[in-house]
Design a protein around this ligand. Structure first.
Ligand SMILES: Nc1ncnc2c1ncn2[C@@H]1O[C@H](COP(=O)(O)OP(=O)(O)O)[C@@H](O)[C@H]1O
Ligand SMILES: [Mg+2]
Length: 275
């Protein structure tokens, strides 16, 4: 991660190309579990080239919303549009192919595999041959495999983790495991990157590195939808924020608008984890 730190210059102009066009629109999204309305008519627009955060107390429906967007859950009502088209009926892998990638609340890397293998899995989602074809030693497959390796190394370099390429992923410190998950998601070359609590379990130094990575990804043209509990991080990196409480949107706006919103403060008072 050191390399990212070296390249990063505070105050660098950012988001110059983003802001006026929605890449993702969530429209009146409702998701029920027996008895619980986890998302109740959630509407929000994520603008292209920005970092948009979805926050709210524990159990307010953030993860459910991300699952509905990424295709892990089918929702009950409403719609999700990506680049203006409904993606409600697309499968998880189809969403990866059109440019949506995500990480999970609890790091889900393959701990027995090496770092580079984990990144290559993210890239395989885009390739014709995939894993089954990949086991046949056809020249085309071998060529793709080489390309895939090169690409994975390039991504690891970008994340300042190239020196760890052949380490066993499970042996990495937790902070690196979480960054590796983002690197793997980026291997699918997404336009929209969805992150569920990337700072959870990280040290303060690791959170600062994460912050730099998020800003750098955004500068590289990736739109980020971020669910996070670390308010310092949220307030520093977000262009706009949507606040959920009991499955409903209670506020939307820029960080400074959200910070002083009485309804938001009230919603958070009962939540110990928010700083
Ligand atoms: N798979 C599930 N089955 C039943 N209830 C669920 C499930 N997932 C989430 N819920 C409920 O939906 C609500 C929202 O949960 P979640 O989206 O995980 O919130 P958050 O990510 O904001 O903490 C909670 O009341 C939770 O208990
Ligand atoms: Mg959650």
């Amino acid at each position: 991660m050191e390399q990212v730190v070296d390249e990063y210059k505070p105050g660098m102009a950012r988001h110059s190309s983003g802001g006026d066009e929605a890449i993702l629109q969530v429209a009146s999204l409702t998701k029920r579990f027996s008895g619980v309305v986890a998302n109740d008519g959630v509407t929000m627009s994520v603008m292209k080239g920005t970092i948009h955060s979805l926050i709210g107390p524990n159990g307010s429906g953030k993860t459910t919303c991300l699952h509905s967007i990424s295709g892990l859950y089918t929702f009950d009502e409403g719609d999700v549009l990506f680049e203006g088209k409904s993606i409600a009926s697309l499968k998880l892998y189809e969403k990866v192919r059109i440019g949506i990638a995500r990480t999970f609340q609890h790091a889900q890397i393959f701990k027995e595999l090496t770092v580079i293998e984990n990144v290559m899995i993210g890239e395989h989602n885009l390739r014709k041959t995939g894993f089954v074809g990949g086991s046949l030693l056809l020249p085309r497959v071998l060529k793709e495999e080489k390309e895939s390796q090169r690409e994975a190394l390039r991504i690891l370099d970008w994340f300042g983790m190239r020196h760890l390429a052949f380490a066993k992923s499970g042996d990495l410190p937790y902070g690196y495991q979480k960054i590796l998950e983002i690197a793997r998601a980026m291997a699918a070359r997404p336009k929209l990157l969805i992150l569920d609590e990337p700072a959870a379990g990280l040290t303060n130094t690791e959170i600062e590195q994460l912050e730099q990575i998020l800003v750098k990804l955004c500068e590289a043209g990736v739109t980020i939808l971020l669910v996070e509990h670390d308010m310092r991080l949220i307030m520093k990196v977000s262009d706009s924020i949507t606040v959920l409480d009991s499955g409903r949107v209670i506020a939307q706006g820029k960080p400074e608008e959200i910070q002083n919103n009485p309804q938001v403060i009230k919603a958070y008072l009962g939540d110990r984890r928010a700083g």
